[in-house]
Design a protein around this ligand. Structure first.
Ligand code: FAD
Length: 658
């Protein structure tokens, strides 16, 4: 591996959070926490650095990866070729699951303050609505964030970039990835082109979040398998919009379709994201758009003529071609693909950005487990095993829906213009009131994603999916905590405990407590390396003196002795406030004050309505997914039901892929 000679790299490379903000210290500057300089020629500025995680790309995926690295106390550098966060709105829908992930970072309030809630969706034909589905009502009781929240990509990026800068980890803007080399020792060295010249960064792991045309994926030679649609979309952020409501609108005609998301109001009236297919006016068959390249008049004409939607002006407009592609592998040695670098699909369903955000969380939590010694190196394969099926499923589904709404075949046109007006109004009344409504919301909000937690990489044929095992922890709004939750944000739900993203055990109902403690004891190895309060922990006046990264969850040997004033630290790395009870008492079971760490055990009320009946203990991963379910020996119908649900999990307990 070639070292770039000193003194090409200047430590004062601009690394501001946006092109307009003043230059901050470069994250690659000597002595800054995310990267340490490697020795070079005496007196010269270093051009080679070492870190644990290098994230290439600071779109939503890369920034989320950087934020999770900070949350879990990993040394990490996020580098991007561009000068600052994107100014184009681009992707704009935040699904419920993504806001849950933001909540774990302590960023939920920032996200909710800037987003516009879209509470309902109204499908229609031409100018007419056929009904309204209230997403917030269906999602009520399933997630703290029902409905859909409109927060454009540029705002997501700004929130995350500001967060990283505030934590002392500014993004290395204007650092373009050029090449990589993987070493026999398992590390990876990337060459980045900085304004002052090339620099190299050697990392234990590299996360490629560099978008659909990913230079890292090209450097690896990983195929990006799939198809490209012949169609192009127009995307407009329109001002002074008329002909739409406050929710999401989906409209069809024989040849066209249109999606509208609310973006709030300003002095000119309603602001909306309008998105549709670019089609030559006389198009009657499949094929590439042969119309004029002038986007705005064509989309304006289609919207007004077909759907009765008009607008005064546009704040931003673009056109883009839809691809349905998934990378052949998500891992190549020490390099991982995430977000659009790993998968792209049509915007139908508003899933793209959300999938990248969750790739980032899954991957960084796995890497943190490996770096802290809580899991073996081999468990890094878990990322591809979990996230690639999600991507494949998404691409398959959105591909089908996209084909159904864009196809010009006689059958598709008949369905859209004749059948749908008859069938849809009935379906829109019946489905939301049936259990299928909750399931559909679960798929769209990404709260129903399932990972296989048993032995092997995939679920054996015929094996049922658990309703709890392998899914994100079911949400219990009024969880009846038996004690204070470290890092709790006062919502009173069971997800409060996830604000401290460590492996943990939950006991539902009093009879679950003994099995929960046994479960925690069995998985004690998963407490290794976690210590200290985390960013987003709401302890008034809390500071972490001496912490290497302000606000970070400090791992392993980097854990400082000093902790939060008024909060004493327990041996397990769970902070214990004055009001907390000692280990062994009911409530939050905190760690021993000396000796090897324990997992935190949280006691909640039984929640049979969420498939967590009395006697259920669950092992929860830092990303909020349930890795094991155990039930206390009990009698009665509830226990029998619980046993039927958890049977596969018990047999899988000894071979969890963590
Ligand atoms: C015009 C447009 C409209 C869209 N509209 C929607 C929509 O309505 N709904 C939806 O769900 N999705 C939409 N998308 C897709 C959505 O933007 C992506 O799914 C999302 O941005 C993926 O995030 P990401 O972080 O994985 O990749 P990106 O956002 O593409 O980020 C990749 C980052 O990598 C950086 N990078 C690239 N090369 C290098 C290099 N050599 N070195 C360093 N950095 C590099 C880039 O500068 C960029 O910041 C749209 C996309 C476009 C282009």
């Amino acid at each position: 591996m070639e070292r770039v000679p000193a003194p090409a790299y200047a430590g004062g490379v601009p690394a501001a959070t946006s092109p307009d903000s003043p230059a901050a210290a470069s994250p690659l500057a000597p002595g800054s926490p995310p990267a340490a300089p490697l020795p070079g020629a005496p007196g010269a500025r270093p051009t080679a650095f070492r870190t644990d995680v290098l994230v290439v790309g600071a779109g939503p995926t890369g920034l989320m990866a950087g934020a999770w690295c900070a949350r879990l106390g990993l040394r990490a550098v996020v580098a991007d070729a561009k000068p600052g966060p994107t100014r184009e709105s681009r992707a704009l829908a935040l699904q419920a699951r993504s806001i849950e992930v933001y909540r774990q970072l302590g960023l939920e309030e920032a996200v909710l303050a800037r987003s516009v809630p879209a509470r309902h969706v109204s499908p229609g034909i031409g100018r007419w609505r056929l009904g309204t589905v209230h997403l917030d009502r269906i999602g009520h009781g399933l997630t703290p964030f029902p409905g859909l929240h409109v927060l454009e990509q540029s705002a997501n990026e700004q929130i995350l970039a500001d967060h990283l800068a505030a934590l002392g980890r500014p993004v290395a803007w204007r650092h373009a990835f050029r090449a990589l080399a993987q070493s026999p020792d398992g590390t990876v060295t990337a060459t980045l082109e900085a304004p002052s010249g090339p620099v190299t960064l050697t990392a234990r792991y590299l996360i490629a979040a560099d978008g659909a045309s990913s230079p890292v994926r090209h450097a690896l030679g990983t195929p990006f398998e799939g198809t490209t649609s012949p169609f192009e979309f127009y995307v407009l952020d329109a001002l002074g919009v008329r002909g739409v409501g406050d929710g999401i609108e989906v409209r069809f005609s024989a040849e066209h379709f249109m999606l509208c998301f609310p973006m709030g109001r300003d002095e000119r009236g309603r602001r909306s994201r309008l998105l549709g297919i670019l089609r030559a006016p006389d198009a009657t068959a499949e094929g590439a758009d042969a119309g004029t390249p002038d986007l705005e008049p064509r989309s304006r004409a289609a919207l007004a003529g077909r759907f009765g939607i008009t607008y005064a002006d546009t704040a931003w407009s673009s056109r883009y071609r839809v691809h349905h592609r998934v990378a052949a592998a998500f891992r190549s040695g020490a390099v991982f693909l995430a977000g659009d670098a790993a998968h792209i699909h049509s915007p139908v369903g508003a899933q793209g950005m959300n999938t990248g955000l969750q790739d980032a969380q899954d991957l960084v939590c796995t890497i943190a487990d490996v770096l802290a010694g809580r899991a073996a190196e081999g468990s890094l394969d878990r990322y591809e095993a979990e996230r690639r099926p999600v991507a494949l499923n998404l691409v398959r589904t959105t591909d089908r829906v996209f084909a159904a709404v864009t196809s010009l075949s006689p059958v598709a046109r008949f369905v859209r213009s004749v059948l749908a007006p008859v069938v849809l109004p009935v379906a829109l009344r019946v489905i939301p009131r049936s259990p299928a409504g909750g399931r559909v919301f679960g798929y769209i909000s990404q709260t129903r994603i399932h990972y296989w937690m048993g032995p092997g990489r995939t679920r054996p044929a015929g094996q049922r999916r658990g309703r709890v095992l392998g899914r994100r922890l079911p949400w219990v709004p009024d969880a009846g905590h038996a004690g204070p939750v470290p890092g709790g944000d006062g919502r009173g739900d069971n997800h409060e405990a996830l604000n401290l993203p460590v492996w943990q055990v939950h006991a539902y109902g009093p009879t679950a407590v003994p099995v929960a403690r046994e479960l925690a004891e069995r998985h004690r190895d998963k407490a290794a390396g976690a210590a200290g309060p985390a960013s987003g922990v709401r302890v008034p006046g809390a500071q972490v003196p001496g912490a290497q990264v302000p606000g970070a969850l400090v791992l392993g040997e980097r854990a400082p002795e000093a902790r939060v004033p008024g909060v004493r630290a327990s041996g397990a790395g769970v902070t214990e406030g004055p009001a907390m009870r000692d280990a062994g008492a009911p409530g939050v079971l905190v760690s021993r004050l000396s000796g090897p760490p324990d997992l935190p055990v949280h006691e909640f009320r039984a929640a049979p309505e969420q498939d967590l009946p009395d006697g259920t203990a669950v092992l929860v991963r830092p990303d909020g997914f349930v890795a094991e379910v155990v039930t206390a020996p009990a009698s009665g119908a509830a226990a029998a039901k619980a046993a039927a649900e958890t049977a596969p999990s018990r047999s899988a307990a000894s071979s969890l892929r963590t």
